[in-house]
Ligand binder design. Structure first.
Ligand code: SF4
Ligand code: SF4
Length: 168
């Protein structure tokens, strides 16, 4: 897994142009059953993926913290929301609260999330590969391909599935 994670940025770069074209076409001609295909690919990949052996998302990027996330996690720590924000977050150029530093402060040495039950919604949904209307989040996905080995594999498989459907 570690070797694959280290290779990911290079692998992602190699397929970047191909993926741009692929997602452009996917938006133009979206299969009616895309949600179903993504659900299957996502479930299959994550049945084989051990996120605890990876945690590359938690180590390298920050989730967005919504107001509801901040309220829930502050309460968990019995902190005032403004204290939580000043200790862990900043307001980025896209007007989102994100972590001040990476790896995530709440990532344990064993790759377990120390706030798993109250973690941000964005963490629960990452990497969004089972999201409905998947073709509409191609920019996020293109970015995640260089971070998340599961996303890389899912998109590679999706390209094969769509190519085989086109031949029929
Ligand atoms: S809150 Fe938990 S799941 Fe989210 S980035 Fe931090 S360690 Fe990972
Ligand atoms: S979601 Fe992706 S990047 Fe995050 S731990 Fe799982 S495989 Fe790794």
């Amino acid at each position: 897994m570690e070797e694959f994670i280290n290779e990911l940025p290079k692998l992602a770069k190699e397929v970047e142009k191909e993926n741009q074209k692929f997602f452009y076409k996917l938006k133009k001609r979206t299969p009616k059953n895309l949600d179903y295909i993504m659900q299957e690919l996502h479930e299959d990949e994550f049945s084989k993926t051990d996120c605890l052996a990876c945690a590359n998302c938690c180590k390298t990027t920050s989730p967005i913290f919504t107001n509801a996330d901040i309220a829930r996690i502050s309460k968990h720590f019995r902190m005032k929301e403004h204290q939580f924000i000043s200790q862990f977050l900043y307001f980025d150029e896209d007007n989102h609260y994100v972590l001040q530093s990476a790896p995530c402060h709440f990532l344990g040495a064993d790759n377990e999330c120390m706030i798993y039950d109250v973690r941000p919604k964005a963490c629960r949904e990452y990497p969004h590969t089972n999201r409905k209307k998947f073709h509409k989040i191609s920019e996020i996905t293109m970015n995640n391909i260089s971070i998340c080995p599961a996303t890389y594999n899912i998109v590679e498989k999706l390209k094969t599935v769509i190519a085989s459907k086109a031949k029929r």
